[in-house]
Every structure is written in structure tokens, then in C-alpha cells.
Design a protein around this ligand. Structure first.
Ligand code: F6R
Length: 609
């Protein structure tokens, strides 16, 4: 979604804003712009398309004198992704400029009132309406801060807003309501941003703003107020442990490839401190959950890849952990009045911790008195802060829009949870825990050859316009994930399906031009999958089958391509299959020349519903 950066300090602001916007590119965007005060006037430069187009325009503008400013990458919600709709937007009188992430739900009503008062609008956006409203309030208020808060109190919806004012050029005004916004605290300079990487080279000291808070940020000081009543709010500064290295490509062609190859380290970090080896006895330690009664029923709620991780984990939570587990897509859960009983718990899964639908589901569960467990990657994110119990997946920053290592870390943590609940019930599962601990080495060994095979298969199947991904049991979740990755990265139509459902309709699509990626791993459902594969072959379907050799013997499948993974515990086979699926989609998108790290129309952190 939209990327936000604001800077006030001693350096030339515009190059710094552009640098920050580049580091936020991964969030996905379709236009960009900056605003800064120079010669008693707010200058705005903006452009549709990528940041390079904005940079080309800025080359004609003298900007070096400005040491404060705001910058924005827009992911269109209201109005086409064209220059006039790009942020920043000015008030009617040009006295303030704002950038915004989120949606002002009552903007049409406000716009009508302002039109009646003689305002004219240059864009189709809700943001410009908010800018005009603030400008309008300034005329009737004693201070810019008061006007800012009056205007925001009239706006309903979600927002993270940053404003500069002509009168007070070295101050940033920022406010947050259900959209991520944080401050970076430097020496003689301060930052406001939607995400930490925007200012990471300059400071790792961060203040997370909460909903209904306003920050007034100056070059060497900052104050935070409540939106209601402008009462001062005390905030603490958090230190971010990761540095720019963690958010850099490290020699890889794309962030996605780097993040796939990092998965052995991700599993190690996720297990670290959570698997205890006491006098030759291994056990799982999840202190965060110790105070929580074992839930009568667990409701997993998430979106996209995080949902697929939940679907993959349900079987483990039920069969190993002994916990009846339901699963919902967050945008469905929040509007279907779910029945949550007193002993239930809700588990929300989110890499970013800012997904609007997942956050709304969390709030609904809390309203209904249900404890919420948050599985989150981003420290200090809204979901992490609002969950009753948060388990961090510890995957490190995920920059590529397509989620990869986050899913691996979520699967690791869910497996640990299943083992933990089993332990609390007095049931141990040593073979699974051992298998989990072996994974980092096992994965490190196979990743280079998986990459090679993925590249070869991507070329061989690059002519396909459609793909089925089919699996049963836990492999159904992996099939959904494989299809999601292929479609989002290479824009090839891909359907993930439960293999057993094929003959209830979808098998009609199979012919020589509609290939299938079959997940045929070694588990109790293998013989069923083998029959399903025969059904596809009988209809001239081309098949890539992901299989495991047992005692060196390959399964007898008469398929076009057999992609062989090493043997494993049945419940950890998914960790070996996942990178194969990811690398196949990566190689396909790269071969087809697609924008791997920033696929079209997508945003990294989906902060609108
Ligand atoms: C797909 C992808 C998305 C996210 C989804 C949820 O590659 O990245 O489907 O998984 O938007 O995001 P989080 O996990 O941040 O809540």
C-alpha cells in the first residue's frame, strides 16, 4: 500500500525523501510525489509511474535548500493512478500539503460541504478533500495543531497522514488511525514513515504511534498528543535490532530469491530459544502461551499466504496438538458474525501485522471476549501490539511483495505450537521435533539444486497460460500457495485445488495445454494422489510431480517431470516442497521478464480492506 516518509533535519530533504521512497518501493505503488517548503512556498512535484519518472521531473527543480519535506508512493484506491491523483495534495489556499495512506470513508459528504463553500478540487482523491478540510479548519482555529485535530475528528475511516505547513516549514504533523505510522528519532533530525526501512540507514530508534494520536515532529524535538483533547501522551522509544544489511539484496538478483534462500536461517531463528535440549530430552518452550488455557477450539484467521500457512498447520494443531481448529479468510470472518465461545481462542497470522482485514478480525474477536494469539513477523506492528499474546516469527524483514520466508517461519511456529500443546497434554512427539530441528541443514543442502531444477522446468513450461496445482491434506495448502505464487508473479492463470475435488468439475479443463503441478509427497494419502494423477494423465494432461524417494526408490508415476525431494518426516515434507514451489514461480517470472519483487497491482502490506 502507500508508502509515507516525512523528514525534518539538517540534510537536504528531497534526496533523502527519494532514498526513503526507494526503500518503500516494495510496498507496491503506481505514482509518487514529494512536497517541501522553499522560498515561503510549498512546492509539490509528482508523477505517475515509477520513482524514476519523479526523479526525472525533480532534476529540473532546485530543491537543495529544503531541509524538511514529505514524500509518498501511492497505491490507487480513489481515482486512477495518474499524476493529478498522486500525493501530496494541497489545501485550497496552498498553506498546507498532506500525504495519506488509507481511506476517508465520508469524503463525499465533506467534499459536498466544501464545494458549497466554494472549494475547487484538482483530483479525484479522498486525500485532497482532507487537505482542503484541514486548510478550512486553519481559518477557524488558534493553531495549526488544533486545526489538524479538528479536521481529523471530522474524517471517518482509516488513515496515516503527514502534513507540512508553509508557516512552520520545519515541523511535520502526523496522525494515525488504523494505518501504520511510526517515527524515527535521530540526532538533530527526525523522521515519520509508514515502515522502518524508509529511515533505517539514519536511525534505529523508533516510536510506534497508536491510533488516535498526533505527533508534532520538529528537527530536534517531538511531542505526541491524543487526537481527542490534545492531551500530551508519553511514548517509549524502541530499538530496532536489524540493520540495512538485513534489508539489502546481498548480491542476489532479487529480494525474493534472497528471501527464499534464507529459509534455513529463518527456521533456525524461529526455533532458537524455543526448543530446549535438557539432559538428552528435547522439549518445546513457548513461554508466551504458558498463561493461556488450552483453547477448546482455535479459530485461525488470516489472508493470502498467511492463510495458506494456517491451512497447512490446521492438521498438525488437530492431530498433534489435539486442538479442534477452524480456519477463516479474514475478510470473510469479520463480516459473518462468527460464533466464538468463552473457551475458544482466535489466532491471527500476519507477516506485516498491518493487514486491515486481519486486524479487524482481531478486534472483533477481542470485542467478543475471545483471547487473541498473534503470529507476526513485524515487531511493534498493530497486530503484534493488539494481540493478547504475540509470537514473533523472527523471519527478519521481508521486502519482496510475494511472501516466501514468512510462510516458512509461520509453518515452523505452528508446528512448535502443535508440539507445545501436545506437551501440555502430556503427549510428546519426539520424531516430529527431531525432524523439525534437522530442517535447516536439510534445506541448505537441497536449495541450490532446487533452484537449478526450477529454472529448467520454468523454461520447459513457460508457454503455458494455465496451471493446476493439486494436492491433498497438508499438500492442498501447498497447492494453494504454489498457485498463488505463480499467478501473482508471472500473471499465468493458476488454480490451486484439492486433488480429490477434481472430478467434481475442474477436471473438465484438463488437456495437453493445461499442465498440472502435482504434490505427491510421501504421506498416508500418496496412493490416493497416485490415482488422481492417473486421472489427469488419462486426459492428456502434462504433469510435474513433486515426489520423495523412499530408500532410494522413486514412486512409479508415468509423468512428464518427476521433481525429487529427499525423504523426510511426513509432517516436515512441506518445508522441502515449499521452496520448490517458490523457486519455480520465481524462475518463471524472471524468465518471462516480469517485475519479480513488485508484481503489478499488488502491495506488500494491505492496509485497506
Ligand atoms: C502473497 C502475499 C499476500 C500476503 C497477504 C497477507 O505472496 O504476500 O497474499 O500473504 O496479503 O499479508 P500479511 O501476512 O502481512 O497479513
Amino acid at each position: 500500500m502507500c508508502g509515507i516518509i516525512g523528514y525534518t533535519g539538517h540534510r537536504p530533504a528531497v534526496p533523502l525523501l527519494l532514498e526513503g521512497l526507494h526503500r518503500l518501493e516494495y510496498r507496491g505503488y503506481d505514482s509518487a510525489g514529494v512536497a517541501f517548503v522553499q522560498q515561503d512556498k510549498i512546492s509539490i512535484v509528482k508523477s505517475a509511474g515509477k520513482l524514476s519518472a519523479l526523479e526525472a521531473k525533480l532534476a529540473d527543480h532546485p530543491t537543495l535548500l529544503a531541509t524538511s519535506g514529505i514524500g509518498h508512493t501511492r497505491w490507487a484506491t480513489h481515482g486512477l493512478p495518474v499524476e493529478k491523483n498522486a500525493h501530496p495534495h494541497l489545501s485550497e489556499d496552498g498553506s498546507i500539503a498532506i500525504i495519506h495512506n488509507g481511506i476517508i470513508e465520508n469524503f463525499l459528504e465533506i467534499k459536498e460541504e466544501l464545494l458549497a463553500a466554494g472549494h475547487t478540487f484538482l483530483s479525484d482523491t479522498d486525500t485532497e478533500v482532507l487537505a482542503h478540510l484541514i486548510g478550512h479548519e486553519i481559518q477557524n482555529s488558534t493553531s495549526i495543531l488544533e486545526a489538524f485535530s479538528h479536521a481529523l475528528k471530522k474524517a471517518s475511516g482509516a488513515y496515516a497522514v503527514v502534513m507540512i505547513a508553509k508557516e512552520d516549514p520545519n515541523t511535520l504533523y502526523a496522525a494515525r488511525m488504523s494505518a501504520p505510522l511510526l517515527m524515527g528519532v535521530g540526532t538533530g533530525e527526525n523522521f515519520v514513515a509508514s515502515d522502518i526501512p524508509a529511515f533505517l540507514p539514519y536511525t534505529r530508534e523508533v516510536i510506534f504511534l497508536d491510533d488516535a494520536e498526533i505527533a508534532v515532529v520538529k528537527t530536534d524535538s517531538w511531542k505526541i498528543y491524543s487526537l481527542e483533547g490534545l492531551a500530551p501522551v508519553q511514548k517509549s522509544i524502541s530499538h530496532i535490532p536489524w540493520d540495512m544489511q538485513a534489508a539489502a539484496k546481498d548480491g542476489y538478483k532479487h529480494f525474493m530469491l534472497k528471501e527464499i534462500m534464507e529459509q534455513p536461517r529463518v527456521i533456525t531463528d524461529c526455533l532458537s530459544g524455543r526448543v530446549i535440549n535438557d539432559s538428552h530430552e528435547m522439549r518445546v518452550q513457548l513461554h508466551e502461551l504458558d498463561g493461556l488455557p488450552i483453547p477448546r477450539r482455535l479459530h485461525i484467521v488470516a489472508c493470502g499466504t498467511s492463510y495458506n500457512a494456517g491451512l497447512w498447520g490446521r492438521q498438525l494443531l488437530e492431530n498433534v496438538g489435539g486442538i479442534p481448529t477452524d480456519l477463516d479468510i479474514a475478510s470473510e470472518f469479520r463480516y459473518r458474525s462468527p460464533i466464538l465461545l468463552p473457551d475458544d481462542a482466535v489466532m491471527v497470522i500476519s507477516q506485516s501485522g498491518e493487514t486491515a482485514d486481519t486486524l479487524a478480525a482481531l478486534r472483533l474477536a477481542k470485542e467478543k471476549g475471545c483471547p487473541v494469539i498473534g503470529l507476526c513477523n513485524v515487531v511493534g506492528s498493530s497486530i503484534a501490539r493488539e494481540s493478547d499474546v504475540v509470537l514473533y516469527t523472527q523471519a527478519g524483514p521481508e521486502i519482496s511483495v510475494a511472501s516466501t520466508k514468512a510462510m516458512c517461519s509461520q509453518m515452523t511456529l505452528i508446528t512448535l505450537m502443535a508440539l507445545y500443546f501436545a506437551q501440555r497434554r502430556g503427549r510428546k512427539n519426539d520424531p516430529l521435533l527431531h525432524a523439525l530441528c534437522l530442517l535447516p541443514n536439510q534445506l541448505s543442502e537441497i536449495l541450490p539444486s532446487l533452484k537449478k531444477t526450477a529454472e529448467r522446468l520454468a523454461i520447459a513450461f513457460s508457454g503455458a497460460r494455465n496451471f493446476f496445482y493439486l494436492g491433498r491434506g497438508q499438500c492442498h495448502a501447498l497447492a494453494l500457495e504454489g498457485a498463488l505464487k505463480l499467478k501473482e508473479l508471472s500473471y499465468i492463470h493458476a488454480e490451486g485445488y484439492a486433488f480429490g475435488e477434481m472430478k467434481h468439475g475442474p477436471i473438465a479443463l484438463i488437456d495437453h495445454d493445461f499442465p498440472t503441478f502435482a504434490l505427491a509427497l510421501n504421506n498416508e494419502l500418496f496412493s490416493k494422489v497416485r490415482s488422481n494423477i492417473q486421472e489427469v494423465l488419462a486426459r492428456q494432461g502434462r504433469i510435474i510431480a513433486l515426489v520423495q524417494a523412499e530408500d532410494g526408490v522413486l514412486p512409479d508415476l508415468n509423468v512428464e517431470e518427476m521433481w525429487v525431494l529427499p525423504p523426510s518426516h511426513p509432517a516436515t515434507a512441506g518445508f522441502l516442497a515449499l521452496p520448490a514451489l517458490q523457486l519455480f514461480s520465481y524462475a518463471m517470472a524472471d524468465y518471462l521478464g516480469k517485475d519479480v519483487d513488485q508484481p503489478r497491482n499488488l502491495a506488500k502490506s494491505v492496509t485497506v480492506e
